[in-house]
Write a new protein. Sequence first.
Length: 355
Amino acid sequence: MGRAPCCDKANVKKGPWSPEEDAKLKAYIEQNGTGGNWIALPQKIGLKRCGKSCRLRWLNYLRPNIKHGGFSEEEDNIICSLYLSIGSRWSIIAAQLPGRTDNDIKNYWNTRLKKKLLGKQRKEQAARRATLRKELKRESQSFMVPEVMNQKNLNYWPELPSVAAAMPAMNASTQDSNFWDEESLRSMLVKQGGRFSDDHQESNISSNVYPLDVSCTSNQDHPYSSSVNILSSNSAVSINSTDSPCSQLPSANYAVSGAGPSIYQGLEEFPVELHELVYSNNHQLAGLKSFYGMDTTNGGGNWKNGASSSGESASWENIVSSLAYPQLVSELETCLQSLPQDNSSYEDSSYLGPQ
DNA sequence: AAGACTCACAACCGCTGCTAG
DNA sequence: TCTAGCAGCGGTTGTGAGTCT
């Protein structure tokens, strides 16, 4: 049983709005507000339009102080950073850009920014791929497990600009041409008190770890086993698939962090699409918290800052959980609950992320 | 000059989450 | 607790303008 349609489809006008319709809608809303009911609004003012259509027209076009086109370099950077951090949450992104609507940003991203960024990505990855090929060739000649396959850093696509997430908020100089320079971003994050996945080898327990980090590494001694490391906001866990109750976890899920076993299956398939970069690095979430002025120590709170294009609020924790706790993580966490507390591979640590 | 193609943007569609009854 | 109705969101489509061949 489907939901009843919000309006009589046969009797509503579709397509572009006429100036008369715009004027009617604008005049009414400016005088009376929406009355909290978009569905009833078109009837009140004699418009043969769907309520949803009226809402969209108002929010995206008629509302005061709407800016169209002419995105600045700074806005570009903010959009890119946030997209790489949180994905296509256009309303959230729009909330950071006064006068911009989610629809506008979405269109701008799809038509221009994505291409701009992909061009940059492809260049960088082509160079990286060439390096990896060389290394693989060298390693295979000596009948050894390729170094690249055992690399501690394979937990992530190593040098993604996504690390740059939230940088505009932490560093106003987003117009800096080095904005995408990974080294400078790295050092900035380190200054913020964080560290990177390739530091994991030094210590299983984080002192300053960005909130969530699910990674998989192959084991050279036991080629058919793998280990999964979780550095969440409140715990650091390492599980070996050969001896953990979590060994049944579907390997396909490992890709949640943008890497995992699939990465080994043919470097030809080295990801080039932007959406594969999104969520690939959870480090930025901490930065994003700062970006939204969240208190990272109180475990949540409201991040309503009143700037959303549609005025809604959302809980940061809800958003983060939807971003950073994909299925693998929740499955792992379920498994972890069944682990004995004295399991040497399970250790608690407090989240001491960016202070 | 005209048809083909591409791009940018407005608008629509369908799903999800929230909330009042 | 359940359900219906609504607002809001994100993906997709339609269309007009601009560019290329």
